[in-house]
Ligand binder design. Structure first.
Ligand SMILES: Cc1ncc(COP(=O)(O)O)c(C=O)c1O
Length: 378
């Protein structure tokens, strides 16, 4: 099923549009998959479109129930329907959370990081402090002493990315407890972006929602999740914030106001179908992604000047190309592969590229062959 090569041209796919001038280059950058969404999602959308009336829409209790059941089953976290706020996207939610701070308050996050972690505070005119992720036992991790030292007195918000984009780390329960402990000690609000939670590939890793660890941590946490990465429906724009603390939830909704607009009815239709009936597809896509990851790992092993640390989750490989100089991204682009440029992920990203391997195997093999050719030409 995932071997099917689907032509995405003439669909305004961002992945293709942004680098149109590189005509024959293969896009392996922005984080969506080149696979069809689950059949149940496609069927539900067709059915809804057939109805023909697309007026303002309310969130259905059935959708929330489907999400609650899914989160319980996938992550063992008991959530409750009163905790949910729907937004058009996780990035929108992150901006809303940053807007909850006072103007002289700041945020802290780790870098390199998904670029919107750095732009959201800036958009809302809040400062952002950063701490570098470190290579710890062949995996991207946090140096907690350094982290603690970087917290300024006016810091009020910790922006956490778990699983971590771009490094692919799934933080362990112990690591998350440590993060929670620090947040409590310095009285920080935690905004936990868990959009990649359902895409854990390493069978020894398990996603733990930080808010599930204790009431004390949950009390200061806003968790952001979405069906968009999980079921490949990012273009439909839908996500939700889960906040147990009523006051915090009210503050989030107050910060949101009506800026985020209403909800997209087709996104809700897709989300409900996906959470109710998409689990088998999800299991299969993860199997496929594991095989693809192996191909990427083999490519890196065959090119010892490159490096890829253990990738536990996401379909995004964060490849260290620093030995190639600062323009590795451009070299691969010239060689016909469009990757994400490491430096757009902030401090520590220079000389890295991010490869999205969620594509049919034949295409991935061509991507890797082109990258291999670039390596041989250096
Ligand atoms: C960590 C992370 N957060 C958020 C997003 C985007 O979320 P949304 O499309 O819901 O704004 C992405 C997409 O790549 C991501 O990797």
């Amino acid at each position: 099923m995932f071997d099917e090569i689907i032509d995405r041209s003439n669909t305004n796919a961002l992945k293709l549009e942004r680098y149109k001038e590189y005509k024959n280059a293969i896009p392996a950058w922005v984080a969506d998959m080149d696979f069809k969404s689950p059949e149940c999602v496609i069927d539900a959308l067709k059915e809804r479109v057939k109805h023909g009336v697309f007026g303002y829409t309310a969130i259905s209790g059935e959708l929330i129930e489907a999400i609650i059941n899914f989160i319980k089953k996938e992550h063992g976290w008991n959530t409750s329907k009163e905790w949910f706020t729907f937004t058009s996207g996780v990035v929108a939610s992150m901006n809303i959370v940053c807007g909850m701070l006072r103007e002289n308050e700041s945020t802290i996050t780790t870098t390199p990081i998904y670029p919107y972690f750095l732009s959201a505070p800036k958009n809302m005119k809040r400062q952002v402090e950063t701490v570098r992720m470190r290579e710890i036992n062949n995996r991207w991790g946090i140096d907690f002493d350094e982290f603690e030292k970087s917290i300024k007195p006016n810091c009020r918000l910790l922006l956490l990315c778990n699983p971590y984009n771009p490094g692919g780390t799934v933080f362990t329960k112990e690591e998350l407890l440590k993060i929670g402990e620090i947040a409590i000690k310095y009285d920080l609000l935690i905004c936990s972006d868990e959009i990649h939670a359902d895409l854990v590939l390493d069978k020894n890793a398990k996603h733990v929602p930080i808010a599930s660890l204790s009431t004390e941590i949950a009390d200061r946490t806003i968790t952001l999740m979405a069906p968009s990465k999980t079921f490949n429906i990012a273009g439909l724009q839908n996500s939700f914030a889960i906040t147990q603390n009523k006051k915090l939830k009210a503050a989030f909704e107050n910060s949101m106001g009506h800026i985020n607009g209403g909800v997209n009815l087709l996104a809700l239709t897709a989300a409900k179908a996906a959470y109710e009936n998409g689990a088998v597809w999800l299991k299969e896509v993860k199997e496929y992604l594991r095989e693809n990851l192996k191909l990427v790992q083999e490519f890196v092993q065959n090119n010892p000047s490159l490096k890829l640390l253990k990738l536990e989750a996401t379909y995004l490989a964060w490849i260290d190309c620093r030995t190639l100089g600062e323009n590795a991204w451009q070299l691969f682009l010239n060689g016909g592969v469009i990757l994400n440029e490491g430096k757009s992920f902030g401090d520590g990203g220079e000389g890295f590229v991010r490869l999205n391997f969620a594509m049919p195997k034949e295409v991935l093999k061509e991507v890797l062959a082109r990258m291999e050719k670039v390596m041989r030409s250096i």
